[in-house]
Design a protein around this ligand. Structure first.
Ligand code: FAD
Ligand code: NAP
Length: 439
């Protein structure tokens, strides 16, 4: 790949002789041949000063590195620290300095298009240019990077508040970028992942933890009630993706202060299976490590709550996760609601997620009741026992009024959910009255 020069230096066909457009060469100092450069790159010396770490470079950061002894250049989105290469550059230092601290792609293409710079400068790679939020690029003037987004979920209105960098009056707003002034059906957009940072990880039960992730700056992700996202990790070189349902901090906030600022953070209740593929890796992450989070998916719609009077939630194990947001939404947004009941199936008392929070909520809000059912309780357990069954369901699913509008949500291990749906049909609940969360 590299054009290694022969004894006669520079070799007749070497990159250092092939001058494009009559470009002049400068004499190189002794010990600064291409071969010497290759030796240096293979020596293991830290040429970027970053100890092999790759970083995301903002335009502001790139601009700062514009001196001979600290010179970064961007070529096709990749940023290189070319200072160590200065004395080896056949075109001379001044030519390289023309692109110092900036995007040198055009300059490079004029004179070096054929040079395999990716390989030549491999050891000088600092990282990739950070992708700027697209909104600032089509605008006629610069805006602050930090902007706020308000989403009015029930009407679908999205308000983006941008702040001008300079308080001048704008003659025009700007122009839409390619594909920006268009609507794409959500099913065609594909999954987009953003890198989030692990902020905290706290035990909730013996095997379930609450993970708090922080969204990257200026990212906005609002996961609708009843929907899930995909988390992505690279495990032994392969990208692994699994679905998880964010929980609201509403049950949390009862007991934990201060609550972290909403919209910047996303919480997950995740059970760690010691022999699982994904969850042990997630559990091994350190605070500050990153996890990729996709945009939301799912077919639950809050319109199913319209005029709702009785809401019944059937959850098993971590199948509780969609119920956490549903509970919050229903109790705060549905004026017609008379009763919300949660039947929560677990193996033992130790497996119950947020038990005391749920009991306190039931105490505080008279519309809400919770019943725990255990399949493997100790002899001291006075509550309900067993698995989902016709007897348990018919007793639990009592309408508050004869013809009240009902919705039943069910989530848990697939066989649990499938059996539950069968039993609900046998109890004459219609398809429209049941929402099941399945894989
Ligand atoms: P896996 O490798 O999938 O193993 C899980 C367990 O199954 C282990 O005990 C393993 O030994 C066993 N197992 C694996 N394969 C087999 C097999 N072939 N036969 C028998 N046993 C097997 N989980 C949460 O904790 N929180 C959530 O909020 C959440 N939301 C979800 C949302 C959706 C829409 C869906 C579909 C699932 C959700 N899950 C959630 C479950 C989650 O996606 C993972 O399935 C779970 O975390 C297990 O992943 P894992 O790779 O660690 O384990
Ligand atoms: P678990 O602790 O193994 O089980 C919870 C309860 O369900 C236990 O009482 C268990 O009884 C019972 N149960 C299991 N299988 C049953 C069956 N076939 N019939 C009746 N009862 C059954 O559960 P978990 O490990 O937390 O797993 C939760 C599941 O929910 C996972 O499969 C996850 O993928 C799923 N989930 C789905 C979503 C979604 O949106 N689709 C969201 C979150 C979680 P036993 O003691 O007999 O096992």
């Amino acid at each position: 790949m590299l054009n290694v020069p022969s004894q006669s230096f520079p070799a007749p066909s070497s990159q250092q002789r092939v001058a494009s457009g009559g470009r002049s060469k400068v004499p190189l100092k002794q010990g600064r041949s291409l071969m010497d450069w290759i030796r240096l790159t293979k020596s293991g010396k830290d040429l970027t000063g970053l100890k092999g770490r790759l970083i995301e470079v903002t335009e502001e950061e790139l601009k700062k590195h514009n001196k001979k002894d600290d010179c970064w250049i961007c070529i096709r989105g990749f940023v290189y620290n070319v200072s160590p290469y200065m004395e080896y550059h056949p075109g001379g230092e001044d030519e390289l300095m023309r692109a110092a601290g900036s995007d040198g792609t055009d300059l490079f293409d004029q004179v070096h298009r054929w040079v395999n710079y990716e390989s030549m400068l491999k050891e000088c790679l600092v990282g990739r240019m950070a992708i700027k939020p697209a909104v600032s690029k089509g605008l006629s003037h610069e805006v602050e990077e930090d902007f706020s987004v308000r989403v009015v979920e029930n009407v679908g209105k999205i308000e983006i508040v941008l702040k001008k960098k300079e308080t001048t009056s704008w003659k025009r707003l700007g122009h839409p970028l390619e594909n920006h002034n268009s609507l794409i059906p959500r099913k065609d957009t594909g999954l987009y992942y953003r890198k989030c940072q692990l902020i905290s990880k706290e035990g909730v039960t013996h095997d379930t933890k609450l993970f708090c992730l922080m969204l990257p700056p200026s990212a906005h992700l609002q996961v609708p009630t009843g929907q899930h996202v995909y988390l992505k990790l690279t495990i032994t070189g392969t990208e692994i993706v699994k679905p998880y349902t964010p929980v609201s901090d509403f049950l949390l906030s009862e007991f934990k202060e201060p609550v972290l600022l909403n919209n910047k953070y996303i919480y997950f209740l995740i059970k760690v299976y010691p022999d699982g593929l994904f969850t042990p890796e997630l559990d091994h992450l350190q605070i500050g490590d990153s996890v990729s989070v996709s945009n939301p998916e799912g077919n639950f719609k809050t319109s199913q709550f319209q005029e709702l009077e009785d809401l019944f939630l059937l959850a098993a194990g971590t199948g509780f996760t969609p119920m956490a947001k549903i509970l919050n939404y229903a109790l705060t947004n549905i004026p017609s609601l008379r009763k919300v009941k949660l039947m929560f199936f677990n193996k033992t008392e130790d497996d119950i997620i947020w038990r005391s929070q749920l009991e306190k909520l039931a105490f505080k809000d008279k519309r809400f009741d919770v019943e725990f059912v255990l399949s493997a309780p100790t002899s001291e357990w006075n509550g309900k026992r067993g698995h989902i069954s016709p007897a348990l369901l018919s007793e639990f699913l009592k309408r508050s009024l004869d013809k009240s509008k009902v919705l039943i949500c069910i989530c848990g291990p697939t066989p649990f959910t499938e059996q539950g749906i069968r039993l609900l049909h046998e109890l004459n609940f219609s398809k429209d009255e049941i929402h099941s969360f399945t894989a």
